[in-house]
Design a protein. Sequence first.
Length: 370
Amino acid sequence: MKMWLVIFAVTMIATALGVLYLASRLYKFGVSRKFTDKRILAYTIDFMAVAALFGVLCAALNTMNAIVCLIHFTGVWLICDFAALFFKKPQKHYYAGWTAIVLSVTVLTAGWVSDHGVWATRYTIETSKVSTPIRIVLFADSHIGTTFDGKGFAKHVRTMQTENPDVVVVVGDFVDDDTPRADMLAAAEALGKMKTKHGVFFVFGNHDKGYHDPKRRGFTGDDLIAELTKNGVTVLQDETAPIRGDIALIGRQDAGEKYRGGKRAEMAELVKDSDRSKYAVVLDHQPNDYKKQAESGVDLVLSGHTHGGQIFPLNNVGVWIGANDKTYGIERRKATDFIVTSGLSDWAIKFKTGTKSEYVVIDIVPAKKP
């Protein structure tokens, strides 16, 4: 809680300073000085103009996204002003300001597209534990109702279906705290229509059960389980499911379950009776148990939750403060491979300036003989 209070305080201070800084930059264009020769009054006009623009963004996007836009403008403008210091010849026009505006709009537009579009990311992993290839399609953080509703999700399902998956895994935050019940039903039905050889599997994220009164969105975590199960999706909560004869899926309860009064099994407990000759794939929404997972000897851990860091240059804040072990991508620790996806959608911020939305295609293939 203290960490989030610090982040909130820093964000509010950065926003206030950003408004003041942008007002001072707007003053350099000289428009307000055409209305008055009093510097303080002119600056006040510029301040009110920036504040008004911020208000418009709040109304159009919501406060959080307005802050994201303002901070991006401030950061880009600071860089442009700094670069202008290296031009010794005085500039007749405020080129740094115009450049900052164009670059800021470009970055935010690209961030909007990166957030609302969906791309495929591919990995190939070799192992001696499988004799024939298997293709896993992974996605997380669809947060149904944010960038797309239930029908929009169905379109992404059809796209993922073209990858011809042998198995599909949903690594948490399938729905959001505010997902309407109708969209949850439509999304669960669409997910159940995916054609695979070995099924569709789901583990909970920190938002799937909802943080608020169930009446707010019209369904509970148990309702979600029932709907997924009805549509043929296997829900794993600290459980293992065999795939073929040589692969085991280990679906973990979300790490946030302890804050709900629930329990989550330790990795050692989950693997104590496992057949180590099988390729073990762990589904764990939050990437924050790498040490124990590597020590357990599992082969692959799949996670989401981080949204790929979402906003540059703050992508790795979660790692810096110790909340996550990794933000995005693939890495190997001991004999275990770890993959974190940036997610199919977003949560509250409608821009991804440090990553892009995605689903992941993982081909697990037999190791090449030396």
